[in-house]
Design a binder for this molecule. Structure first.
Ligand SMILES: [Zn+2]
Length: 431
């Protein structure tokens, strides 16, 4: 039960002062949960997470008995340069190509102020819903130029104590556009970014394009995150071409395939062969259920295939798979609130996970994306990690995923950045 005194005590924590939260249930990095105290240092990092800690030297101590603490939610794939443009970018076809064209037209006129305003608004919404790190792809092409990547690099650096932002230089090919422009500008874009991205299926020359992306990543020492095969045409997939480059360029453990919708369109035996190669090369997957349920399969006459990749099978095969928002209120996805629990639920339902796999959906928005984003020692409940976590009134991981909290307190780098409460139905039920 959440008491008003707890709310006041959490809200009154002084930024920059060490504190302890005692008596709560903590979801640990391995998915287990147990009663543990949390001590956070004045530097905003975790000092210790264990039962019955000595908290006498802390600047403040709040009893959170009865509450559940989750590590911060991670959104491993967004598009902060596109967010919030829905009403300026009509996409009557509702297709991926329609959305690409609508945004390309808008991008020619979108200046830094516009991008900044829209991106920071979405970042604030995400923070308020418990997201403490976002990886965002940012278009770099002839239409958008460097406006998006330069603006977001500024936001990333200015907000680094409140949220971890990673930028992917999304070298976007468009039909008829000059390949040489992308080749000439990729190094400059990657220098501002944290990873290299692109969308090979729409390139006029996918092998050359893939080589360009992987070469730039190796040169800059940065990971690769591809929009790979966001379609359902089984006969033209680029999975083998991309996997061959992971191996040739030595990018094992540093490559993410986002979307991979086409895996759903391949015979199971082909899927199994590819999944085994992905496991062997330590390639992770990010699934984007909102986008792929919305964009793909619209041309089917009967029983439309949906665009989602093989979520449950990838998870059960042992491939590291995260789930993420992709687009928020733009021509690619007209909906979205930045709530990763909502995305976890889409993933569980549409991806055919089961009722006993609610915790898997939680892993897909916490520890799995932490691995794919390379957050390493910075993330989770261990000494030295950023104190990024959410204190909720849920009972356990399953109820957190299934219905979400009525009350949530979001901490980023040891500071309370948001707290929210819906009408406390749970307390009425208990009464
Ligand atoms: Zn995307």
């Amino acid at each position: 039960m959440v008491r008003d005194t707890q709310t006041a005590s959490l809200a009154n924590l002084v930024p920059g002062q060490s504190f302890a939260l005692t008596g709560g249930t903590v979801i640990h990095d391995d998915g287990s949960q147990s009663l543990s105290d949390i001590v956070v240092g004045a530097d905003g990092r975790i000092v210790a997470v264990e039962p019955y800690l000595d908290t006498s030297t802390c600047g403040a101590c709040v009893d959170i008995t009865g509450m559940l603490v989750s590590p911060g939610f991670l959104d491993a794939h967004q598009h902060l340069d596109k967010t919030g443009v829905l009403r300026f970018t009509p996409n009557p076809s509702g297709t991926l190509q329609g959305a690409r064209e609508a945004f390309a037209k808008y991008a020619r006129t979108a200046g830094p102020d516009d991008i900044h305003k829209r991106a920071t608004r979405t970042v604030e919404r995400c923070l308020s819903r418990g997201t403490t790190a976002i990886r965002s792809h940012i278009n770099v092409d002839k239409d958008a130029g460097f406006h998006g990547i330069e603006t977001l690099a500024g936001v990333r650096d200015a907000e680094k104590d409140r949220i971890t932002l990673q930028l992917v230089a999304f070298m976007t090919p468009h039909p008829g556009q000059d390949f040489d422009w992308l080749a000439k500008n990729i190094d400059g874009a990657v220098a501002l970014a944290d990873a290299v991205g692109g969308t090979p299926a729409v390139s006029e020359d996918p092998p050359r394009y893939l080589d360009m992306l992987f070469s730039a990543a190796v040169k800059a020492g940065k990971p690769v995150d591809l929009h790979l095969d966001e379609h359902l045409k089984a006969d033209v997939h680029l999975l083998d071409a991309a996997l061959e480059r992971v191996e040739r360029f030595g990018m094992q453990g540093r490559t993410v395939f986002s979307h991979v919708s086409v895996l759903s369109a391949l015979p199971r035996s082909d899927f199994q062969r590819i999944a085994e190669r992905m496991l062997a090369l330590d390639v992770g997957v990010v699934t984007l259920p909102a986008a792929n349920l919305y964009l793909q399969g619209r041309d089917a006459e009967m029983l439309p295939p949906r665009g989602l990749t093989r979520v449950a099978e990838l998870y059960r095969a042992g491939v590291t798979i995260a789930t993420a928002s992709d687009n928020i209120q733009d021509p690619f996805v007209p909906t979205g609130s930045g709530d990763m629990l909502e995305i976890a639920r889409w993933t569980l339902l549409a991806g055919h996970l089961r009722g006993d796999e609610l915790a898997a959906a939680h892993r897909m928005i916490t520890t799995a994306p932490a691995r794919l984003m390379g957050l390493g020692k910075d993330y989770g409940f261990k000494a030295g990690a950023r104190a990024d976590f959410i204190v909720t009134d849920c009972i356990d991981t399953d109820t957190l995923v299934a219905g979400g909290p009525d009350r949530a307190f979001v901490f980023s780098k040891g500071r309370l950045v948001s707290h929210s409460a819906t009408e406390n139905i749970r307390s009425k039920e208990d009464a």
